[in-house]
Design a protein around this ligand. Structure first.
Ligand code: CA
Length: 221
C-alpha cells in the first residue's frame, strides 16, 4: 500500500511519514500544493493525507483538480482547528474524511486504514484468505492461527493482495503500490517476494495467473 502525504510543516510531515512508514506503507511526500497535485495526478496512491493550508496551491484546489481529472483515491484532509467551513468545503470538494489539527497519530492511522479498507470494499477490520489472516491495525499475520513474521516489503505485498482478494493483480500494479517514488524499482523483485511469501504462508496461498499476475482467493478452491 502506498500513501501520499502533502504537508508543508516539516516537523509534522516527518512525523506523518515515519508513522505511516512504520505502519507498513510506502510513503511519498510533497511540501506544497503544486508538487502534491502532480504526484497525486501521476501515481496510483491507496490513500492521501492532504493538508488544506499549503504554499503555492491550496489543498482544496489540489483536491478539486484531482477529482476533476477522475482521480478517485481516498483523501483525508487536515483542517485548522475550529474551521467547520473548511471541513464542509473539503468534503464538498471530494474529501473522504478529515482530521482537525492537532490530532493523535493513532487516530490518523486508524482513519487511513479505514479509508483503504472501504476503498477496496471491505467492511471488516480483519482480512482473510483461506487460512491466511491479516489484521491491518496491528500488522499481525497468521496462517491457521499461527503468527508469521514478515519483512516490510512482504507485508506490503500481502496486504495489497489481500485487500484486492479474488482479483488478478499485475506485477506492474504491485510494483507501483509497493514502492515510494524515490525507490529503485525492479519488477523482478516482486517474484522474489511472492516466492518468500509462499514459503511462509503455504505454497498455494498465492496463485500465479500466467501472463496476468497474482491472485489471492477469499476461499480455498
Ligand atoms: Ca499547512
Amino acid at each position: 500500500m502506498r500513501v501520499l502525504v502533502v504537508e508543508d510543516e516539516p516537523v509534522l510531515a516527518d512525523q506523518l511519514a515515519s508513522s505511516l512508514g512504520q505502519a507498513g506503507y510506502a510513503v511519498d511526500r510533497a511540501p506544497d500544493g503544486v508538487e502534491g497535485e502532480h504526484l497525486g495526478a501521476v501515481n496510483p496512491y491507496d490513500a492521501v493525507v492532504l493538508d488544506l493550508g499549503l504554499p503555492r496551491l491550496d489543498g482544496l484546489s489540489v483536491l478539486r483538480r484531482w477529482r476533476q481529472a477522475g482521480r478517485n483515491m481516498p483523501v483525508l484532509i487536515l483542517t485548522a482547528r475550529d474551521s467547520w467551513m473548511e471541513k464542509v468545503d473539503g468534503i464538498d470538494a471530494g474529501a473522504d474524511d478529515y482530521l482537525t489539527k492537532p490530532f493523535r497519530m493513532e487516530e490518523l492511522l486508524a482513519r487511513v486504514r479505514a479509508l483503504i479498507r472501504r476503498a477496496s470494499g471491505h467492511a471488516v477490520a480483519t482480512l482473510r484468505c483461506g487460512p491466511v489472516q491479516l489484521v491491518p491495525a496491528t500488522g499481525q499475520v497468521t496462517v491457521g492461527g499461527t503468527p508469521v513474521t514478515l519483512t516490510g516489503h512482504e507485508f506490503r505485498l500481502l496486504s495489497y493482495l489481500m485487500h484486492h482478494q479474488d482479483t488478478i493483480v499485475s506485477k506492474s500494479t504491485l510494483t507501483e503500490h509497493l514502492y515510494a517514488q524515490d525507490f529503485d524499482r525492479d519488477s523482478n523483485t516482486i517474484e522474489v517476494f511472492v516466492g518468500r511469501l509462499r514459503r511462509k504462508l503455504g505454497a498455494d496461498a498465492i496463485d500465479t495467473v500466467r501472463g496476468l499476475g497474482y491472485r489471492m482467493r477469499s476461499r480455498e478452491a
